[in-house]
Design a protein around this ligand. Sequence first.
Ligand code: GLU
Length: 446
Amino acid sequence: MTVRVRFAPSPTGRLHVGNIRTGLINWLFARAQGGQFVLRIDDTDLERSTKEYEQGIETDLTWLGMVWDEKHSQSARFPLYREAMERLKAAGRLYPCYETGEELDRRRKVQLSRGQPPVYDRAALKLTEAERAALEAEGRRPHWRFRLEGKRVKWEDLARGACEVDTASMSDPVLIREDGAFLYTLPSVVDDIDMAITHVIRGEDHVTNTGAQIEIFEALGAKSPQFAHTTLLVGADGEGLSKRLGSLSIMDLREGGYEPLAIVSHLARIGTSDPLEPGESIEALAAAFTFGKMARHPGRYDQADLARLNAAVLHAMDYSQAQPRLANLGADLGELFWLAIRANLGLFSGASNWARVVGGTVEPLIAEEDRPVIAAALDLLPAELDGGSWSVLTNAVKERTGAKGKGLFMPLRRALTGLDHGPEMAMLLPLIGREKAARRLAGETA
Ligand code: GLU
């Protein structure tokens, strides 16, 4: 059996860290199993779905490295859903209902006030042919509900273990709205069958749906796929992410300068027993993926963790990978430059600052009391600078002035870079070069 999974976002907004995590878990599982990853655009809601958001989904997945093997759009598949609808009607599993939203609300309130569960009472099932005709003559159009069997639906969930949903405690789900639009539930099942999906991996907010959907698989004479319902992410404060999702879109993270590998490493490892460290690549993350590592408690999404992972990704990045991007920033000062600065970067764009410090103009910072140390350094600066020059220079200055430790290194750094912190001076000094170094030690802006 070839493993086939699907990621099924609705193109009604940008992908955010919560839904991309679901997509990523699907992708990792598919790759780990040598299977296929299907991108399904859930655009049955023709009013809210847009091509622009669909394009955004593709852009985000491509940028993150989550290539898909197939892509389908539900809006191109209505004939299949209609056919399934007819089959369910013929089998007596789909029945027309005429209640308005207000009527249903009122009934729910009465049920609640009597201490009863607010479950649809199936009044429409008892309508006679004549009553239905009368309602239609009033101008009412039916919506269609799936008649649940009302039983304990059980499955072995890859993420949650043994699961059970009692469909007797649920309202018969509406599958088709009165304007004829298909809600998510039926098209999803039809597609899972038609696309030979073997594993449905999604957030645990879908557990109840799964109870109804397993009944629909059965009613359509199909075998249910396996299911995995993963815990949802919470914020660093333990609250759900939903309120701040706007600021956590993949587009925003991309524009904020985060590395795709940091994002996928973060999302692959939140809520697992693996340490929060970057993987070598998205493929390496896939090779290490199992549901067994996923904790049962919600994963905590903390932007500070992402920032830390981002720095770690840059720290380990080869010059060959960095070079084109450095060139783009106008900051490609060679491999030694990259090796000198990468450990000091939080975001890649920070390379520009270090390129300025090395190759551009710096205003030296020289405090009055540090003048003797700086003057000695100017005098003792070796004629040629290489990787050993910094220790030669600092030893000589120490000998001449008696300055040591911070009192020696900090004044030199401030004079040579105009900053209090930064990459190792031993690596920076030869990159700055003798001429600039001498001028900065002389107090010139150079
Ligand atoms: N479009 C649905 C959603 O985003 C898909 C759910 C599913 O994976 O079945 O919630």
